[in-house]
Design a protein around this ligand. Structure first.
Ligand code: ACO
Length: 430
């Protein structure tokens, strides 16, 4: 982080010098840490559109160019040549693993896939029709009650164990949330299967029959996990960092991240996007929907379009689109009406002046739902799958934050617009 330039801010004739920090990639950052002490002013940036809240070495996004790098490696290369557990290692430890390191890491993760048997009873406390995200927020938060020996955030060894537990157990928890919601028995994990194949097994196998995981579906599942692994300081990651800044335990922090991810403007968009495609139903209804999405008074947005950072094609969406074609081909889905609506909607939106001028491109959620639907997942499972895949990103950012000597509790300021001090009025005088 080189500091070579300065900015000068003038407030009522007083000049304040602010250092400018230069990152490896991306725009320079004006360092305002001492601004309040020097000038008695705060900065105002709702939604953090121009504010860097931390430094990080994990993920870089260039939204104008449509670039996403994990530890410097482009996402399209990782999606094509790597796989999820290798990407997990890369995000957690900063470098691609050797063969031995990868084998060791895979063994550790596969040995932690089971959850404490008593947690099964905890699941049974939820209503059968609970959304699997609601169950996940509760169960992941409850891990701090079951795994006390990995909640001391000041102990690097405990932090490591908590990381492994979360990455390993999240597919089990997501699959159990699904099985519970459809009234089927929980399927125990199978450690002889790959991470993605095991997840498909836990979701789709039943004790009464033998279930064979199709390797192409396992590959597609793995790719969905890889494409969602991390995305720098998005809302849920920032939530995890903010929760963790108080010293909260890792399971509580990740539960906070899951809660934030659930919203339709974030991870909940994959469910919302597919439901909207179904609501549109047929290609002839697309113009009507596009018209509504452009009219702010309707409150309708085209789900799966637009992104805070990408003002170009989301690089993950490109890979996801290819995967969608592969999976649908494998499953023999050619005339799926939802897919037809999606393709036509994409074509029209990419030519429409409103979407072009606002740089609204399809995001990763536009295509992931189509694949997950074809694989047999209900829409309510789309966001839990995103959450399980993103867990490694949250954990990597959490670990990075805890090893930062500059760590402070996160405490934003405000622009107060309420009443000034006034005297209390007794109830009989109001
Ligand atoms: N449909 C119609 N108009 C849109 C859309 C959309 N999907 N997205 C943005 N706009 C318009 C806004 O109305 C606004 O118009 P204006 O400038 O005339 O006021 C302009 O584009 C900018 O939109 P903002 O909401 O200010 O952009 P922001 O960066 O805050 O929001 C967001 C990004 C939340 C993703 C937004 O594009 C959206 O709601 N998209 C639909 C939901 C979605 O797909 N979310 C998934 C995000 S990716 C992820 O989390 C993995």
């Amino acid at each position: 982080m080189a500091e070579t330039k300065n900015a000068t801010l003038t407030i009522e004739g007083k000049m304040i010098d602010l250092p400018i920090l230069s990152p490896t990639n991306g725009p320079d950052v004006v360092d305002i840490r001492k601004l309040y002490a020097q000038a008695n002013v705060f900065t105002y940036d709702p939604g953090f559109t121009s504010t860097a809240a931390c430094d990080s070495t994990i993920t870089f996004i260039d939204g104008d160019e449509g670039i996403l790098l994990h530890r410097g490696y482009p996402i399209d290369q990782l999606a094509a040549q790597s796989h999820y557990l290798e990407v997990c290692y890369l995000l957690l430890y900063g470098a691609l693993p050797s063969k031995d390191e990868l084998a060791g890491f895979t063994k550790i993760i596969s040995r932690h896939t089971m959850i404490h048997e008593q947690m099964h009873y905890f699941f049974r406390g939820f209503r059968r029709d609970s959304h699997p995200m609601a169950t996940m927020v509760g169960v992941v938060g409850a891990m701090s009650a079951f795994y006390h020996d990995s909640t001391d955030v000041n102990d690097p060894h405990q932090r490591e164990i908590a990381s492994h537990r979360l990455i390993a157990k999240m597919p089990t928890i997501a699959a159990m949330a699904y099985k519970y919601s459809i009234g089927q028995p929980f399927m125990y994990p199978r450690n002889d299967l790959s991470y993605a194949a095991n997840f498909l097994h836990m979701c789709f196998a039943v004790p009464a029959e033998t279930y064979h995981v199709d390797p192409i579906l396992a590959k597609a599942m793995d790719r969905i996990f890889t494409l969602h692994a991390d995305h720098e300081q998005n809302a849920s990651t920032s939530t995890v960092r903010l929760a963790s800044s108080s010293g909260a335990n890792p399971f509580a922090c990740i539960a906070a991240g899951i809660a934030c991810l659930w919203g339709p403007a974030h991870g909940g968009a994959n469910q919302a996007a597919l439901e909207q495609l179904r609501e549109i139903g047929t290609v002839d209804r697309i113009p009507e929907f596009i018209k509504m999405a452009k009219d702010k008074t309707t409150g309708v947005r085209l789900m799966g379009f637009g992104h805070r950072v990408y003002k170009n094609f989301d690089p993950r969406a490109k890979v996801m689109k290819e995967s969608a074609d592969e999976v649908l081909e494998l499953l023999g889905v050619h005339n799926n009406p939802t897919l037809q609506v999606a393709k036509e909607l994409e074509r029209i939106a990419l030519e429409d002046e409103y979407f072009v001028s606002k740089k609204l491109y399809p995001n990763v959620d536009f295509y992931s739902g189509i694949i997950l639907d074809a694989m047999g997942f209900p829409t309510s499972m789309f966001t839990p799958i995103f959450a399980l895949a993103r867990t490694v990103g949250w954990i990597s950012q959490w670990k990075e934050q805890l090893s930062d000597p500059q760590l402070k509790i996160g405490r934003p300021r405000q622009l107060y617009l309420g009443e000034s001090m006034r005297d209390y009025v007794p109830i009989d005088q109001r």
